[in-house]
Design a binder for this molecule. Structure first.
Ligand code: NAD
Ligand code: DAU
Length: 355
């Protein structure tokens, strides 16, 4: 007999995924949540310490490319819906190793789509949904004014964005060819607690604390549209429950910053919270060789989401940044473990032999 509504969340030990898992566990006690995560360098179960003992939560260590495992999870747990976040997510790594990105982001997505299609075809009418979490980088680079809308043609430039674009195309192909109930969201740059310190904001917070150089790529004129992670996750919740099947929603904070201006603000806030004299870390800012294929500007038009579902970001940028810096300062152990690799022991300690 079918029990609770069961959601397979992939990549739930990562940055955004851990916030999604926590929100769904706390807000929806009637759901069963299965977190499938390979625990790559970016996956960290310490992100979920506070909810790991909840009975409605199950962690499975595994790869989204593992066809047999994914099929077994659908069958064993009668998966009703998928929220797919597992991915290789860092642009600089994709420049060094594009194949890893094609494997996880394209083949992993395809593996999940196929398993959902096969399982749901045989399981009768149900409230099924395949929710694919994607990025604004699929739209390419804005060279002047204007914004990405849901109909902006895809124009990816990095191996990362090419792999995410490809995965989006597969999701729509399964919608159109097999009638799979899908929804896609494309979000702008996230920031907040638990982001791996390879991405701009946590890397620079760590380096300011340690008096290390802050490597700004090129001239620092590139523009990103920043959104606090919990605002992204609130949008995912809304779209999951009220979004129209088959549709795409852009998510963005309407919050564009040139990298160099953001870095200056971050230095100011971090110095203040460290009780250092204002300006004492300015000299750490160092201009370095630009990222290959570096997109100039991303900016999201989120009016479809705000109009249809009433979503709006809850947090101003300075407040969100300050909250983020405080979190990293209060969680030095997390930062040290992530930097040293010690966080990898956590799985063995907590789940050794039973996940
Ligand atoms: P992240 O790198 O922090 O986490 C990725 C998670 O996926 C990790 O827990 C990792 O262990 C897991 N994973 C990687 N390969 C796997 C595999 N083969 N099988 C199972 N699990 C695997 O990423 P993030 O920043 O939290 O991004 C999550 C999703 O959101 C990604 O799909 C990304 O493209 C998308 N996204 C991210 C941002 C952002 O600013 N970070 C913005 C828009 C969209
Ligand atoms: O737009 C959404 C995307 O945002 C997500 O899909 C990606 O998963 C996520 O990593 C992020 O991509 P970016 O490349 O924009 O993020 P990153 O933090 O790597 O870089 C932000 C900007 O800062 C970018 O213009 C490059 C620049 N940068 C980054 C690093 C790590 C630097 O100048 N120096 C750095 O050391």
């Amino acid at each position: 007999m079918k029990g609770k509504y069961t959601i397979l969340i992939t990549g739930g030990a990562g940055f955004i995924g851990s916030h999604v898992v926590r929100r769904f566990i706390k807000r929806y006690p009637d759901y069963q949540i299965i977190n499938l995560d390979a625990l790559t360098y970016a996956g960290n179960l310490a992100n979920l310490k506070d909810i790991e003992a909840t009975p409605q939560y199950l962690f499975v260590k595994g790869d989204v490319c593992d066809v047999a495992l994914v099929q077994k999870l659908f069958a064993d747990y009668a998966i009703d819906a998928v929220i797919h976040l597992a991915a290789e997510s860092h642009v600089d790594r994709s420049i060094l190793d594009p194949f890893a990105f094609a494997r996880t982001n394209v083949m992993g997505t395809l593996t999940l789509l196929q398993a959902a299609k096969e399982f749901w075809a045989g399981s009768g009418a149900g409230n099924h949904l395949f929710y694919h979490v994607s990025t604004d980088e699929v739209y390419g680079s804005l060279e002047g004014d204007g914004f990405f809308t849901e109909t902006t043609p895809y124009d990816p430039h990095s191996p990362y964005s090419a792999s995410k674009a490809s995965s989006d195309h597969f999701v729509r192909a399964y919608r159109d060819t097999y009638g799979l109930p899908v929804v896609i969201s494309n979000c702008s740059n996230n920031y907040g607690p638990c982001q791996f310190p390879e991405k701009l904001i946590p890397l620079f917070i760590r380096n300011i604390c340690q008096n290390k150089p802050l490597p700004v790529y090129g001239t620092g004129q590139n523009v990103r549209d920043w959104l606090y992670v919990e605002d992204h996750v609130q949008a995912i919740d809304l779209i999951f429950h009220r979004g129209r099947r088959g549709e795409t929603y852009n998510i963005g904070g309407c919050n564009e910053w040139k990298n160099i201006d953001l870095v200056r603000l971050l230095v100011r806030i971090t110095d203040r919270l460290l009780e250092r004299a204002s300006g004492s870390s300015d000299g750490l800012i160092t201009f370095v060789t630009d990222r290959a294929g570096h997109d100039l500007r991303y900016a999201i038009d989120a009016s479809k989401l705000t109009g249809a579902l009433g979503w709006a970001p809850s947090l101003g940028f300075e407040e969100g940044l300050e909250r983020t810096v405080r979190w990293y300062l209060d969680n030095q152990e997390w930062l040290e473990q992530v930097s040293s690799g010690a966080y990898r022991d956590y799985y063995e300690k907590v789940y050794g032999g039973r996940a």
